[in-house]
Design a protein around this ligand. Structure first.
Ligand code: HEM
Length: 463
């Protein structure tokens, strides 16, 4: 399937070169529009954000694990508010510092023990495990056992893989559901499996919440009870439907939360570390910046310390630019006919923004294939200010999307990336394995991953 996505992108880019910045393909009952131009993306997503804020309805009748498809209509705003105002709000994200530190320490221990015999380490599985452990803690409010994390990972992967296999087939569902019946059935089975894994965790949290927050105990447990995503979902009232969410809907939303954050963040982390292994002078420069802030300390770098590291931020931004975890945004639905730069984008059309292409556009980025964090330190790109990754004033790249439907996990993702990259470089020197060059070839899965995952020597730094 990844070949189809890569092929689709290649064909679209050749169309763009011949036909101009907006391409409309008339598949199924409505048109599919592809936009690769920065300023048009800005006009659409930021200036006409409300019109571009819909999601196309799911064709498969399975309530795919997207807020958009499970709750098509206005409900997404309430759910989104729930995400951004509650669990992903900066103050809440900060309240999970202890969880981040716990996950980091487990990862450092693991890398240390694996590096003991000088064998090279395959890091991606560890990154995935770490990100999922962190998000699962935020989701269910508890540190889960190793085997529970593995079960969640397997169940999420099954859904993702069948979803990736069936997503392009959404274009003509009436036929594809018959022709590709086996794939549809696989998707349904994968979703049942996910329910079997997540529902016990949701019920366990519900029970705990009821017990701990029951009358009289509320005050006593207020300090030790840290709000989880499931808590906010259990409390949520859908005003239009005048009811709480049911278990299946909560499973969909938890799965979106876990999927949305796990793959994207660990993929980005792997790409960044791969570039630091490939370009040791960048790693060294980053280490020296960290050393300047940390001095002779042997401690873990704290979240507040990250604010003093501008080169670290540049490395993370360059990683997201050069290797955007997604090549396309999630599809947007247009709520009414809209004219963009003389082109009509029709109501109900599905609009896709070619995020990967924008970040590699030579009109905007000098020598775009090179990994050069310094470009984010130059005053040209920042206009003297911190680079605005939300694209609110101007879009130069949009790895998290832009406008009203921008990724609600942006703040959490940036913090996690900075925190993990900084600490991984602070505690270890990352070295190339003799005879194995770091291969930056891409492979399209749910995110764009390394075709040959990173293998590195991870050597503890002696202090
Ligand atoms: C490097 C990490 C990440 C990247 C590159 C990324 C990227 C994106 C992109 C491109 C979108 C689609 C925006 C659009 O439609 O225009 C999105 C949506 C979303 N992301 Fe992220 N994301 C990341 C991390 C996270 C994290 C940590 C979470 C939460 C725990 C998260 C949760 C979501 C959700 C729930 C949506 C759907 C929002 C909606 O439909 O309104 N993401 N993300």
């Amino acid at each position: 399937m990844y070949k189809s996505f890569a092929e689709l992108e290649r064909i679209l880019l050749s169309f763009h070169a011949k036909l101009g910045p907006i391409i409309t393909l008339p598949f199924g009952s409505h048109s599919h529009v592809f936009i690769a131009d920065h300023s048009l993306a800005h006009q659409a997503l930021v200036q006409k954000g409300a019109i571009f804020s819909g999601r196309p309805p799911s064709h498969d009748g399975t309530n795919q694990n997207y807020i958009s498809t499970a709750f098509y209509g206005h409900t997404w705003r309430i759910l989104r508010r729930n995400l951004t105002a509650e669990i992903l709000h900066p103050s809440r994200v900060k309240s999970y510092s202890h969880a981040r530190k716990w996950v980091l320490q487990n990862l450092l221990e693991l890398l240390k023990s694996q590096s003991r015999y000088g064998d090279p380490v395959h890091v991606m599985d560890h990154f995935l495990h770490s990100m999922l452990s962190l998000l699962a803690l935020m989701c269910f409010g508890d540190k889960l056992e190793e085997n529970q994390i593995k079960d969640i990972m397997t169940a999420l992967r099954r859904v993702l893989m069948s979803f990736t296999r069936t997503s392009l087939l959404n274009i003509c569902p009436t036929f594809t559901r018959i022709i590709f019946r086996k794939q549809w059935e696989e998707l349904l089975q994968a979703r049942e499996h996910l329910k079997d894994v997540l529902i016990p965790l949701i019920r366990q949290r519900k029970k705990l919440k009821e017990e701990k927050l029951s009358k009289g105990q509320e005050e006593q447990h207020k300090d030790e009870y840290i709000l989880s995503y499931v808590d906010t979902l259990l409390d949520l009232q859908l005003p239009e439907k005048k009811r709480n969410l049911d278990e299946k809907e909560i499973v969909d939303l938890c799965s979106e939360f876990l999927n949305g954050g796990t793959d994207s963040t660990s993929t980005a982390l792997q790409w960044i570390m791969a570039n630091l292994v490939k370009y040791p002078h960048i790693q060294e420069k980053l280490f020296l910046e960290i050393k300047e802030v940390m001095g002779d300390s042997e401690d873990v770098i704290k979240e507040d310390d990250l604010q003093k590291m501008s080169y670290l931020k540049a490395v993370v931004l360059e990683g997201l630019r050069r290797h955007s975890p997604g090549k396309f945004s999630f599809p947007h639905a247009v709520l009414e006919d809209v004219i963009l730069d003389g082109y009509v984008v029709p109501k109900n059309g599905t609009v896709n923004f070619m995020i990967g292409q924008m970040a590699m556009d030579p009109k905007v980025w000098e020598n775009p294939t090179a990994f050069v964090p310094e470009r984010f330190l130059s005053s040209d790109i920042n206009d003297g200010k911190v680079f605005d990754i939300t694209g609110s004033g101007e879009i130069k790249m949009m790895p998290f999307g832009a406008g009203r439907r921008i990724c609600p996990g942006l703040g959490l993702a940036m913090l996690n990336l900075e925190y993990f990259v900084a600490n991984l470089v602070w505690f270890f020197e990352w070295k190339i394995v003799d005879g194995v060059d770091v291969d930056l070839e891409e492979k399209h899965e749910f995110t764009v991953v390394m075709k040959n995952p990173l293998l590195a020597h991870v050597c503890p730094r002696l202090r």
